[in-house]
Design a protein around this ligand. Structure first.
Ligand SMILES: *Cc1c(COP(=O)(O)O)cnc(C)c1O
Length: 398
C-alpha cells in the first residue's frame, strides 16, 4: 500500500516490533558509535565489497548506523530522492554538493538571491581550486542562457531566494539546464520537502539546512544533500566519504524528533504569516511585502503553480529611516533579534541593505528592510507587539 508523505513522516524510522522484537520503543534510540564490530572476517570483507559497489552499508561509525539510516530515508521521502547524505551543517551540505560535482576549470551559474555564505565559499575555497562562477538574476531565461560558458557545469539556485523570498521559475531554469547538459543544484531550506519539492520540478540535487524547519526547535545544526540520479549519487557518495563528513547520532535523533511535526508547524506558521502580511499591508510605512504565498507578492502566481505550501518567513521594506527601523526592531518584546529561522520562536533581523546591492530583485530606493520569522506564538499577540513597536518608531523624529 502506497502511503502519503504525512503517514510516512509518522511511521518511518521507528524501531522494529515483530516476532524477534516483541516489545519495542516508539522512538528509535540514538545509536552512538565510533566503530563497528563484525561477526567474522568474511562479514567484514563482504561489507567492504558491497560498500564499494555503492550500497549504503555501514563499515565504520562515520557513516552512521540505524539512527542515521532512518533519517536519511525520511529525507529521501521528504525531497523525493533516492539517496540522502548528511552533513554537520547546512552550509557544509552546500560545500559537499559543490565539491562533489565540480572540478578545477569548471564554471557555475549562481542565482543572485542565494544564501549569503555561498558567496564566501565561492570566493575562497572554490576560487582557489580554479572553479569560477557568474552570479545572475534568474528571472529572465535569455540572460541565464547568455551567461552559459563552454565550461559551465551547473546552475546553483535557491527558490524562493534568501532575504527577499524571490520565487523563481525552476522548471524554466531546468529546461535551459537540460538543453546545455548542466546540473541543477537547489537550496531547498525554505521548502524543506513540505512546501516545495525541487527534485519533482526537475532539479538534480536538493540541499536542505536541517537546522531550520526540519530540526524545528533551534537546537541543532545539520544539512542534507538529496539526489535521485545514479551518477550524481555516486559522485556524492565517494566525496562525502573522502571528505570525512560525519554527523552526531544525537543530533540526528533530534532531527528525527523534529521532522515528525514539520507539517503542522509549517502550516501554523504559514497561516500566521499571512495574517502578518495583511497587518503590514495596512501600515502606511510598508513599501513592499516579500512572501510568495501572499496574494499581492509579485511572484505569487509562480508560488501557486509550483509550491505546495509556505512557511513563517517574510521580509517587509519599510519607509522608515535606519534609526526608526532600529527602534521598531528593538521595541518588539516577542521577537528575538537574530538570523536563523525554522524554530518555534519568532525572530527579526534588520537586514543590512548592502547585502542586497547585488540582488536585482531589490529596489535600491527602499531605505530599510526587516526580515522576520513568525513562530508558534499567538499571532494576535505578535500583531499587538508590532503595534506598540511601530508606535515607538513613528515617534522618532528624523
Ligand atoms: C541557514 C541556511 C543555510 C545554512 O544552514 P546552517 O545549518 O546554518 O549552516 C543554508 N541555506 C539557507 C537558505 C539557510 O537559511
Amino acid at each position: 500500500m502506497a502511503h502519503s508523505l504525512l503517514t510516512k513522516l509518522s511511521h518511518l524510522g521507528t524501531a522494529p516490533c515483530d516476532e524477534f522484537h516483541p516489545r519495542a520503543p516508539v522512538a528509535l534510540p540514538s545509536m552512538r558509535t565510533s566503530t563497528v564490530r563484525f561477526n567474522s572476517i568474511d562479514d567484514l570483507h563482504d561489507t567492504y565489497k558491497r560498500q564499494a559497489a555503492g550500497e549504503r552499508i555501514v563499515g565504520y561509525g562515520r557513516m552512521g548506523m540505524d539512527t542515521h539510516a532512518a533519517f536519511e530515508q525520511i529525507m529521501c521521502e521528504l525531497e523525493g530522492g533516492s539517496r540522502a547524505f548528511l552533513a554537520p551543517s547546512g552550509l557544509n551540505a552546500i560545500s559537499m554538493a559543490l565539491l562533489s560535482l565540480l572540478s578545477a576549470g569548471d564554471h557555475m551559474l549562481i542565482a543572485d538571491c542565494v544564501y549569503g555564505p555561498v558567496r564566501q565559499l565561492d570566493d575562497t575555497v572554490l576560487r582557489r581550486m580554479n572553479i569560477s562562477s557568474t552570479y545572475c538574476s534568474m528571472r529572465d531565461m535569455a540572460t541565464l542562457e547568455a551567461n552559459i560558458q563552454p565550461n559551465t557545469k551547473l546552475i546553483y539556485v535557491e527558490s524562493p531566494g534568501s532575504l527577499l523570498f524571490e520565487m523563481l521559475d525552476l522548471p524554466a531554469i531546468v529546461t535551459v539546464a537540460k538543453k546545455h547538459n548542466l546540473l541543477v543544484v537547489t537550496d531547498n531550506t525554505w521548502g524543506s520537502g513540505i512546501a516545495y519539492r525541487p527534485l519533482d520540478l526537475g532539479a538534480d540535487v536538493s540541499v536542505v539546512a536541517v537546522t531550520k524547519y526540519i530540526g524545528g526547535h533551534s537546537d541543532l545544526l545539520m544539512g542534507a544533500v538529496v539526489a535521485k540520479d545514479e551518477a550524481v549519487i555516486k559522485q556524492l557518495d565517494i566525496n562525502q566519504y573522502a571528505l570525512g563528513f560525519s554527523t552526531s547520532a544525537d543530533d540526528v535523533w533530534l532531527a528525527i524528533r523534529g521532522v515528525r511535526t514539520i507539517d503542522v508547524r509549517m502550516k501554523r506558521q504559514a497561516e500566521s504569516t499571512l495574517k502578518v502580511c495583511e497587518f503590514f499591508e495596512q501600515q502606511a510605512e510598508t513599501l513592499q511585502i516579500y512572501h510568495p504565498a501572499y496574494a499581492k507578492d509579485v511572484n505569487h502566481a509562480l508560488w501557486k503553480r509550483d509550491a505546495l505550501g509556505s512557511n513563517g518567513m517574510l521580509s517587509v521594506a519599510l519607509n522608515f529611516t535606519k534609526a526608526q527601523t532600529k527602534v521598531f526592531v528593538e521595541a518588539l518584546e516577542l521577537f528575538s533579534i537574530g538570523y536563523s529561522w525554522g524554530g518555534y520562536e519568532s525572530l527579526i533581523d534588520m537586514v543590512n541593505t548592502d547585502f542586497l546591492k547585488n540582488h536585482a530583485y531589490w529596489n535600491q530606493n527602499y531605505p530599510s528592510l526587516v526580515r522576520m520569522h513568525i513562530g508558534l506564538e499567538s499571532v494576535e499577540d505578535l500583531i499587538a507587539d508590532y503595534e506598540q513597536a511601530l508606535a515607538k518608531a513613528r515617534a522618532v523624529v528624523g
